[in-house]
Design a protein around this ligand. Structure first.
Ligand code: GTP
Length: 602
């Protein structure tokens, strides 16, 4: 029997909300990893933010020990829980490279959804053994038979049994664990005889007094305290201060061997550019690095500025720390006249952006201004192509030779009764329908191509409301295509506000101009003087709204016999003051106005 034969490494993959975290809770319970009295819902979602929103942002590895019915030996089950939201699909792609099997979980009341197919594609590409399971069978609305047919259609022949479980009641979860032990292959080291070591990095954490903690899967050999280890791509070296496993809290181990999943404390306290997908090797026994993970490419950018310029260094440190545990985050320094020094930050989507802003505030106590998010456009000027993320640097209309923008492929799965509404919506969002097929017994699968900017224009929410939440979506990046877009500047009191500049399609200039001016009008507090809110594009003002200055309440002079001359005097004084402010006045834009402008539907 090889040393790895009782280890099973697996992940749970699913569409958002199909119940991964709840199923993980039951597994922790059944295997006795967490005592019942310590159990709380979504145990592996450790951030407050995750619990509040009921979503998994950060995956959390866990090691469980499990006896199968008819075997005396203990099996080690390493589970990597993964996030379901599309913005975090990069985390899913990392997780599945460190495991041999995946439980494909499908909610019996929802059936197969778009993200189910997207994550299944990733798992298949990685060559994982797939164990299909239908979840939430305790619900009266469960459509077990239909869901089974959909999964069969998806997986084709020879996929093994489809299990029926309830993460809530625990029904069928033990059988699922048995199936994992039976079907997921044990890890197979590539270099079984080596005295070297190879570990595949899938995550990081930063601890103030112990420095960088690296999470990895041991591929070959073993690792223990005192070993000299290198990140092979990065070239950074360290001496291991501690190794251990996830119970799910960290538990010190004497060593970690091939097939195991664990952590090592590096003691590195400077910010390093280590990336997920790098291979750890023993410094003096150079085994070949594993071909890395795909480098994460941000989809949307926004600028983050500290409200207090003194916090700039703090913001940089905070972003560097966050990047250690969120390698999908990328950023570079920039400065803006109005806002001072800040960072242009790349995100995976709007939810990712919200989460990062929220974490910076909560975990680092920072007050931030977050600018309107934008995607990157390729601008060719004087024969030179450059990607521009910041609307402020976008060229004036017609001054570029070529403008191109990213396009995406979108998969929509929907019941047929919503097709009419959806077609109208696709048209409004410039989507081209490529194929439309019947999926399962009674649903349609539609493949679209559309500009990424149109996805950012509330496409997800629009689809949800057009189909009462019955349609699901996933997407992936395609290529760059010619774009007809222009820069729109927003002027407040005659002054362009850099943080509010945006890029809009030419055919939506008037609509967008009205919309922005209208929203800003509702959000901006009145000032002591009159001022205008304007939207400017293609060299002219497209929409404008005047806001009149405040009059101070001077009391009811009429009724109580107040002195009318005093009232007149005060008015005159106020008028004079207002004129003075009009000459020198700058409109004060509170931070929450920027944040509210970022969201479309407030
Ligand atoms: P993300 O982490 O956001 O991707 O979600 P998830 O897939 O981890 O789903 P989660 O476990 O948070 O479950 C989503 C919702 O479904 C929660 O309200 C759960 O209580 C509920 N749920 C999960 N499993 C079951 C089940 O077997 N039966 C019933 N009735 N509800 C379930």
């Amino acid at each position: 029997m090889s040393l790895t034969s009782n280890i099973r490494n697996f992940s749970i993959i699913a569409h958002i909300d199909h119940g991964k975290s709840t199923l993980a809770d039951r597994m922790l319970e059944i295997t006795g990893t967490i005592e019942k009295r310590r159990m709380r819902e979504q145990f592996l979602d450790q951030m407050d933010l995750e619990r509040e929103r009921g979503i998994t942002i950060k995956m959390q590895p866990v090691r469980m020990e499990y006896h199968t019915e008819n075997s005396a030996s203990i099996n080690i089950l390493n589970l990597i829980d993964t996030p379901g939201h599309i913005d975090f699909s990069y985390e899913v792609s990392r997780a599945i490279k460190a495991v041999e099997g995946a439980v494909l979980l499908v909610d019996a009341t929802q059936g197969v959804q778009a993200q189910t197919i997207a994550v299944l594609d990733l798992a298949r590409e990685a060559g994982l053994t797939i164990i299909p399971a239908i979840n939430k069978i305790d619900l009266s609305l469960a459509r077990v038979k239909e869901t089974k047919e959909e999964i069969t259609e998806l997986l084709g022949e020879g996929h093994g049994p489809i299990l029926e479980i309830s993460g809530k009641t625990g029904e069928g979860v033990k059988e699922l664990l048995d199936e994992i032990v039976r079907r997921v292959p044990a890890p197979k080291p590539e270099f079984p005889e080596t005295n070297g070591f190879r570990g595949l990095v899938f995550d990081f954490e930063y601890s103030a007094h112990r420095g960088v903690v690296v999470f990895f899967r041991v591929l070959d050999g073993e690792i223990k305290e005192g070993d000299d280890i290198s990140f092979s791509a990065l070239g950074e070296k360290f001496t291991v201060l501690e190794v251990g496993v996830f119970m799910p809290e960290k538990k010190i181990a004497t060593k970690l061997s091939a097939g195991e999943i664990g952590y090592a404390v590096t003691g590195i306290k400077r910010p390093i550019q280590a990336a997920v997908g790098d291979t750890l090797i023993r410094t003096h026994v150079k085994l070949p690095a594993v071909s890395g993970y795909q480098f994460p490419r941000p989809v949307v950018w926004a600028s983050l500025y500290p409200e207090e310029q003194d916090d700039f260094v703090l913001l940089r440190q905070a972003l560097e720390r966050l990047r250690l545990s969120d390698s999908s985050l990328s950023f570079e320094e920039e400065s803006s006249g109005a806002l001072g020094r800040g960072f242009r930050v790349g995100f995976f989507g709007m939810l990712h952006m919200e989460i990062v802003s929220e974490r910076l505030k909560r975990e680092f106590n920072l007050s931030l201004v977050v600018t309107t998010p934008t995607i990157g456009y390729e601008v060719t000027k004087n024969g030179k192509a450059e990607i521009i993320y910041n609307p402020v640097f976008f060229p004036d209309d017609k001054s570029a030779e070529l403008l191109r923008e990213p396009w995406i492929e979108v998969r929509v799965i929907t019941p047929p009764e919503h097709l009419g509404n959806l077609m109208t919506l696709f048209h409004e969002h410039e989507a081209i329908v490529k194929t439309m097929e019947i999926f399962g017994e009674s649903r349609n699968e539609i493949m679209l191509e559309m500009p990424l900017r149109e996805l950012m224009r509330n496409f997800f929410d629009d689809i949800k409301s057009a189909t009462s939440g019955y349609a699901s979506i996933s997407y992936k990046m395609l290529d760059l295509r010619v774009a007809d877009v222009v820069r729109m500047d927003i002027l407040v009191g005659g002054e362009p506000i850099a943080a509010l500049a945006r890029i809009v399609p030419r055919n939506r200039i008037p609509i967008e101009a009205e919309r922005v001016v209208d929203r800003l009008k509702k959000l901006l507090p009145r000032q002591m003087f009159d001022f205008k809110i304007q939207a400017q594009a293609v060299g002219r003002i497209i929409a404008s709204h005047s806001i009149s200055g405040m009059k101070k309440q001077l009391g009811d002079f009429g009724k109580n016999g107040g002195d009318i001359t005093r009232k007149m005097k005060l008015w005159a004084k106020q008028k004079k003051g207002k004129e003075k402010m009009k000459a020198t006045g700058r409109v004060n834009i509170p931070e929450d106005v920027f944040l509210k402008m970022m969201r479309r539907d407030d």
